[in-house]
Ligand binder design. Sequence first.
Ligand code: PPE
Length: 312
Amino acid sequence: MKPTEKIWHNGRFMDWHDAKIHVLSHVVSYGSSVFEGIRCYSTPSGPAIFRLPEHIRRMVDSAKIYRIDNVGYTREELCNAIVELVRVNRMTSCYIRPIVLRGYGEMGVNGTRNPLDVYLACWEWGQYLGEEALAEGVDVCVSSWTRIAPNTLPALSKAGANYMNSQLIKMEAVANGYSEGIALDAAGYVSEGSGENIFVVRDGKILTPALGASVLPGITRDTVIKLAGDLGIPVVEAIVPRELLYIADEVFFSGTAAEITPIRSVDRITIGKGRRGPVAEALQKEFFAIVNGTKRDRYGWLSLVETPQPVA
Ligand code: PPE
């Protein structure tokens, strides 16, 4: 990771290298954080942050599930601070990571009396699943690990602790030579990747696991559902059996980091023609046209970052 200049902490900017926490902060022992991952794209009108209010809303929701009613800043304040973060770091494109954590004070599982710390950071982040992933597709496996079960860790909250499950899925996949793992939910149906939602295409229809399948309510997932609708391709939120992956015409991931990544094999079984399929390609084309600012932002998904214009 290449450091940028500034990180925002509780309302003020500090140097990247000073953004440290105490080792006995609640989050370190107990995993008590919620966070977001947001991308900012370079457009002809300057840097543009993709679906910023939706991400901030999800972070506030993630906190509320863990009895944090107030993260200390309004959604509007957080959105404005993030725009400012991108601006002060003079980024043209970047990945943005807001974090709310239970900090230093008391020890013990109940962190409700610990102070909350809010951090906003950004840095450059390239392709999540490798250089060729977007064009060529990736090879993935079904994980031997089950996704977090209902009523254990709530999947609708993007909590740091959820990513212990994700780490098991990801590390196993990589150790076995795959780019990513797909987890099944506690009932044995398809849930999601360690850091991506998943879509299956068969006979011109798209299926994706419903929110009840222990998935994160992905902002990119929602984007794909809307864009597919615009392209006239029906999307159904459904129960997806594992074996449907193997006989699909196409399978692809969606996520902020992964964007829209085609999957060319699952468990060494070739999916469709073994390369990016036409549905994934059409969705990518539409998605990148909007985020790169070459097509009109018809949903108002971009928050523009005003950067100082050089004097002529
Ligand atoms: N499921 C999980 C478990 C997940 O972590 C992500 C995002 C998604 C689905 C897709 O959600 P969305 O980004 O709103 O479309 N994963 C983030 C973390 C990546 C990381 O390794 O860190 C991301 O893509 O930014």
